[in-house]
Design a binder for this molecule. Structure first.
Ligand SMILES: Cc1cc2nc3c(=O)[nH]c(=O)nc-3n(C[C@H](O)[C@H](O)[C@H](O)COP(=O)(O)OP(=O)(O)OC[C@H]3O[C@@H](n4cnc5c(N)ncnc54)[C@H](O)[C@@H]3O)c2cc1C
Length: 290
């Protein structure tokens, strides 16, 4: 199908884009990589009167490290983040996660900010951001605010961003030394959205676990971090039985829906297997590869 008719703007600066959103409000949609918005327009599931294209705002694409945080400009292509030496040095877990996002042509156009703003609960980056307890910066005309990942994702394809706000920056905190990370996923084919995905971090000090966190994709309307696993893991020595017990407990707390791809029960079972795998690999990497 063809998209509905809309007015198209391609501002060169963030301020121009914010002025357009302030003027057109809920009638406007911003266009980033287009990898989700274009299909939505073509299927007429989105019918904005105005499209504000961010692709000529070069200032929104960057990767840098500041204050123990990996800071990624919203318009950074997923492929550029994947190839970034800065990301490789400081957060290789982001690269491991990005490799599950679609295929290379999709990552060549798709943006880091677009994936987060689109908020598909099966998407990998929102789960990673939640696992790392990250945040985003949202701008509107004359103001900026920071939104933590835990407050950002509201329900399917819905975030706390207001219609006149643009997500300008994604901030991934770098966990302290001694932390390892892993991302595991079950998909019908490599590159498909996750049936279930899980990001894990484990920090080990002097042979004992001092911090651990999981976040699941594909297990409900938003990415989910089950609470309570820290209580099971923190203070314990890593063992195979412990990973399985924690993974089982985490999966039991999930309430995944049935859909055409898999039943909720199947997803919960897969979540337990993947979480054990992710915790084990994260622990093996603790002190080395985050
Ligand atoms: C065949 C195929 C397979 C895919 N597989 C996966 C997958 O396995 N995992 C996965 O995570 N994704 C997958 N995707 C989606 C891909 O990652 C998209 O790139 C991503 O969902 C949206 O990013 P985008 O930059 O393309 O945003 P767009 O499509 O341009 O925008 C998506 C939505 O976010 C809003 N938006 C975008 N940027 C901003 C911003 N800076 N501020 C405010 N709102 C914004 C737009 O208005 C729109 O509503 C797939 C896409 C395709 C076509």
């Amino acid at each position: 199908m063809k998209p509905p008719v809309f007015d198209y703007y391609d501002p060169r600066t963030l301020d121009q884009a914010l002025d357009l959103l302030a003027e057109h409000g809920t009638d406007a949609k911003v266009l980033a990589g287009g990898q989700s918005l274009m299909p939505l327009l073509n299927m007429r599931l989105a019918r904005p009167g105005v499209v504000v294209d961010l692709n000529r705002i070069a200032a929104l694409a960057y990767v840098e490290v500041a204050d123990d945080t990996l800071v990624v400009g919203a318009m950074t292509r997923q492929a550029d983040a994947e190839a970034s030496a800065e990301v490789g040095r400081h957060l290789p877990l982001l690269i491991e996660t990005l490799r599950h996002v679609g295929h290379p042509p999709i990552r060549n156009r798709g943006t880091v900010g677009g994936s987060i703003a689109h908020a598909d609960p099966a998407a990998e980056l929102p789960a990673l951001l939640l696992c790392l307890d990250g945040e985003v910066v949202a701008a509107r005309r004359g103001a900026r605010r920071t939104i933590r990942a835990r407050d950002l994702f509201r329900t399917y394809l819905t975030t706390a961003l207001d219609p006149e706000e643009i997500l300008v920056e994604v901030r991934f905190p770098l966990p302290p030394a001694g932390t390892g990370g892993a991302f595991e996923e079950l998909a019908r084919r490599h590159g498909d959205y996750a049936l279930v995905g899980v990001a894990a971090t484990v920090r080990i000090d002097d042979g004992r676990i001092v911090a651990a966190r999981l976040a699941f994709a594909g297990c409900g309307p938003v990415p989910v971090t089950p609470t309570g696993i820290e209580g099971l893991l923190v203070g314990a020595r890593p063992t195979e039985e412990l990973w399985e017990e924690a993974a089982r407990a985490a999966a039991e707390a999930l309430q995944p829906d049935d859909d055409v791809h898999a039943s909720g029960a199947y997803r919960r079972r897969a979540a337990a297997v993947l979480a054990a795998r992710a915790l084990r690999r994260a622990a093996q990497r603790a002190g080395g590869d985050l």
